[in-house]
Design a protein around this ligand. Structure first.
Ligand code: ZN
Length: 559
């Protein structure tokens, strides 16, 4: 709705002009006397002439109409603003503009003008619809470039050919109207930087193997006739986008024709995709595409999508995030990171519809044959777990160290010699943590980010030492007491009787009874729809950013 509104304005604006510093001196039109104000929707940064100023952010009303902060406009154009609190009425320059708060009309030069959104007081700032300003004689307003930054340009001289048509005696005319408004954009981009407000409301974030996506802050499902669809990886690891569904997220309307070709349209733009011929036609231009079909859904690569739909895409290959943005954000690490942080809340398809997500954890290993049997059993069942290892055990069973990560498990630090960390000196505390992390790093190739203190004993000193090493302290929410009872039935009964979604279950791969129980628990709970993941995976599914030095007991679904 917003997009359409602005595009309509865009199509109405045929030309524009502005004195460009870049123009050669002999081509430069005469700069008129007057003020130029450029604002961005959702952003407090604005331009008054060449000066950067701060304004309350222009905003969209619920119905998509643009509202601008009245005081800021008055300041720039030298208008006097008075507020009559008895009448709830504002007067600008005497009776030039008369507004009543929450009224759907106003008076402009004595003439009544209906408004698409009322004059509103938002946290002490009076906002008026752009429409009302457009009605002021001698003031020219333009909104343009939703995909380029949602700019509002206001001048008290005629900026475009359209402005001149409205006011033939306007003090300014130019030779290059098409380039002038674009020049405003260039100038605004250069001086104000990209519009982060627009980024927050329009950036689209997808994730490989997730049926969910974010459009701004709105969570959307990707689907085709009720079936979930998701971005995937090719055999070489490249990201593949479901073409039609991704285009729909970007606001394109799609229509499948009888011959199997797909027509996508966005305003006046139209693209026809022919999957059989692997071609795309836009206007007279036909391009060959690389398309593939997976389970009846048409996929394309990121470069193909970018070319077909003319959009900006940034990929975080490691996490499998795909970010489609209103403008190029390759240089904006802050914006990318904001998106990636949000992306972890997108649920991977393999967790869709899970009855519960559980993290099994095993302490005090590795333990030779017992661990081997456990790893075999978990592998057979496609279950992941987290192993908190001690360095003195690692040294006895180095040959096991290559298995954990390749089979999808996670490794954590459980001290070097299983000492009670609250009762040791700071130098012993340091070596207890460092020896184990170094061994895991050397033998498994990963620096652990999880730590479980032996006996669950921690205090502020321990947490600080753990946090300083980039690790979180992982406790548990369900204690099987397997080390004490060494009774398979008792362990299984306890877990099945009390397990809840998001539980972190404490076990030890020291005893055959624990391994037997763990595998029976996995069988029983998988049959009920539970999924077994590592602690970091659980955090990721739950959108929890594990922080170093913090303590976690469980990670149930939020809300
Ligand atoms: Zn232990």
């Amino acid at each position: 709705m917003r997009k359409t509104g602005i595009r309509m304005v865009l199509t109405l604006m045929l030309g524009c002009l502005l004195c460009l510093p870049a123009f050669a001196a002999d081509e430069a039109p005469v700069q008129p006397e007057g003020q130029t104000l450029i604002m961005q929707i959702g952003s407090t940064a604005a331009l008054q002439g060449d000066e950067t100023i701060s304004v309350p952010a222009p905003r969209y009303a619920a119905n998509g109409a643009i509202q601008v902060p009245l005081r800021a406009v008055c300041d720039v154009f030298g208008w006097e603003l008075t507020w009559d609190s008895a009448l709830n009425q504002a007067h600008v320059n005497g009776d030039l503009l008369v507004f009543t708060q929450n009224a759907w009309h106003c008076r402009v030069n004595g003439r009544q003008v209906g408004l698409s959104t009322p004059v509103q007081n938002v946290s002490g700032t009076l906002y008026i619809p752009l429409q009302a300003l457009s009605a002021v004689e001698g003031l020219y307003t333009h909104s343009f470039g939703f995909y380029e930054g949602a700019y509002l340009v206001m001048t008290d001289y005629a900026l475009t050919e359209g402005d001149r048509a409205d006011a033939p005696n306007a003090p300014y005319a130019a030779d290059a109207p098409d380039e002038a408004l674009a020049a405003c954009r260039e100038q605004a981009l250069e001086k104000l930087g990209p519009n982060t407000g627009l980024f927050d409301t329009t950036a689209i974030l997808l994730r490989c193997d997730s049926r969910q996506a974010y459009v701004g802050d709105a969570l959307r499902e990707l689907c085709k006739v009720g079936e979930g669809v998701m971005p995937q990886r090719s055999s070489t690891g490249a990201v593949l986008l479901p073409l039609e569904q991704t285009a729909q997220l970007c606001g394109w309307q799609s229509k499948t024709c009888e011959d199997g070709s797909i027509t996508l349209s966005h305003g006046e733009r139209q693209v026809a995709i022919n999957p059989g011929k692997q071609t795309m036609a836009a206007g007279d231009c036909e391009t060959v595409l690389q398309l593939c079909v997976i389970d009846g859904v048409l996929y394309c690569s990121v470069p193909t999508f970018r070319a077909a739909f003319d959009c900006e895409i940034t990929v975080n290959a490691e996490a499998g995030f795909i970010l489609i943005t209103p403008y190029d954000v390759t240089a904006r690490v802050d914006l990318q990171e904001r998106a990636w942080a949000k992306g972890y809340a997108l649920v991977l398809a393999r967790y869709d519809g899970a009855k519960g997500i559980i993290a099994l954890t095993f302490d005090d290993g590795p333990s030779g044959k017992i661990t081997t049997r456990l790893l075999d059993g978990l592998k057979e069942r496609g279950a992941h777990a987290t192993f908190f290892l001690c360095d003195y055990r690692i040294r006895s069973f180095t040959d096991l160290m290559g298995r954990y990560l390749t089979e999808g498990h996670e490794l954590g630090n459980h001290s070097a010699n299983h000492k009670t960390l609250t009762a040791v000196s700071s130098s012993v505390l340091a070596s207890e943590l460092d020896l184990t992390s170094q061994s895991i790093d050397r033998l498994a190739g990963v620096n652990p980010v999880l730590m479980r203190p032996p006996g669950g004993a921690y205090n502020q000193t321990v947490l600080e030492a753990v946090g300083k090493r980039g690790m979180s302290c992982i406790m548990w929410s369900l204690d099987t007491l397997d080390w004490k009872n060494r009774n398979t039935d008792a362990i299984v009964k306890k877990v099945l009787g009390s397990v809840r979604d998001g539980d972190i279950i404490l076990m030890h791969d020291l005893y055959a009874t624990s391994v037997d129980a763990a595998l029976r628990i996995v069988d029983a709970l998988q049959a009920k729809g539970y999924v077994f993941v590592t602690v970091s995976e659980l955090a990721e599914v739950r959108g929890i950013d594990l922080s170093a030095g913090s303590v976690y007991h469980k990670m149930p679904k939020q809300g």
